[in-house]
Design a protein around this ligand. Structure first.
Ligand SMILES: [Fe+2]
Length: 321
């Protein structure tokens, strides 16, 4: 089948980690204590952490490499099993200019070598090569739209498994007739997703990553700026009915949002590494990333401040909200 692949095999440097100590369970009969202890041990055996970093917007200016390096250092210190990114890896390639665009992706890739664990990338709108009207390139360029990203990172949608959980990264971008980006899951990808889900047991916990959110209250809160979501996200949710969808990870908005929908699944919009173009907070959300801890069939999350706000203020970058 098409690209249900584990592209990390050659990059996998998973660190073997021991289970956490088992807490005692007082005031229970011994048999209950043993059962509780056993299930806790089982879920701790498979417990793991991963980091979700989104909207990195790397560029040579504005001390961006210094800020991204601080995030990389913080991730390495936390030592998760792997990193998932949420798109907008670079800023930006939508307006074309091959040499500059190529140098941005190379800068991102070179910096990512600093991560001491595998990195699973997602495509964002700023990563779509040459799609804007003002671009000197057109759709005949081999790197047009997804081409440059694919050449650097491989498929824009794929899945992998880790310790009993199934991770799906989706490509939430397409281009309009008037040469702007739009949030949509194209048909070919939905066909692939159906095939991918056919291989997944209904009880397997699933995490979906998308750059453009499938769930977001931004438009309800801010009105005038319109929808910030994928137009056909409902098709994906429909396909996932009956599956054990646990979490949807999202980028794009540069803010932090958490939701738990109808006791069915949770979603997290993961702030951003770049904030407001490296100048300060966007929507008053501090620059940072998500650390997600998985244990058994459940997870918890924490937004990690990697210290860039203090550093950029020290460097004199203007604070904006
Ligand atoms: Fe972004």
């Amino acid at each position: 089948m098409k690209k249900t692949k584990d592209k990390s095999l050659d990059r996998r440097k998973f660190l073997l980690r021991s289970g956490l100590a088992v807490a005692s369970v007082p005031f229970l009969p011994i048999s209950c204590q043993q059962t509780a202890k056993k299930s806790e041990e089982e879920s701790n055996e498979n417990a793991f952490e991963f980091a979700f970093l989104t909207d990195i917007h790397i560029k040579p200016e504005m001390n961006a490499p210094k800020g991204f390096q601080m995030a990389i250092n913080k991730v390495n210190e936390l030592n998760p099993d792997f990193v998932i990114t949420g798109g907008d890896l670079v800023y930006d390639v939508m307006r074309g200019n091959y040499e500059k665009s190529e140098s941005l992706f190379n800068l991102y890739k070179d910096m990512c070598k600093g991560f001491e664990m595998p990195v699973y990338n997602c495509i964002g709108n700023h990563d779509l090569f040459g799609i804007y009207e003002e671009s000197p390139e057109d759709e005949n360029h081999p790197d047009y739209k997804y081409g440059m990203w694919e050449r650097h990172f491989g498929d824009t949608y794929y899945s992998f498994d880790h310790k009993g959980w199934h991770f799906i990264t989706l490509n939430s971008l397409d281009v309009t007739e008037n040469k702007r980006y739009k949030g949509a899951f194209h048909k070919e990808q939905l066909q692939w997703l159906a095939e991918d889900l056919n291989t997944v047991d209904k009880s397997t916990p699933i995490v979906i990553t998308t750059h453009i959110p499938m769930m977001c209250t931004y438009a309800q809160l801010n009105g005038s700026e319109g929808s910030r979501t994928v137009s056909n996200g409902f098709e994906v949710f429909k396909m996932l009915e009956g599956y054990n969808l646990k979490l949807v990870l999202q980028g794009h908005i540069h803010w932090k949002e958490y939701g738990f929908v109808n006791d069915r699944f949770q979603f997290l919009t993961g702030g951003s590494i770049a904030g407001n173009g490296w100048k300060g907070r966007r929507h008053n959300t501090k620059e940072g990333f998500m650390k997600i801890r998985v244990a058994g069939d459940d997870f918890s999350w924490e937004y990690i401040d990697h210290g860039w706000e203090n550093e950029r203020l020290k460097l004199g970058n203007k604070e904006t909200v």
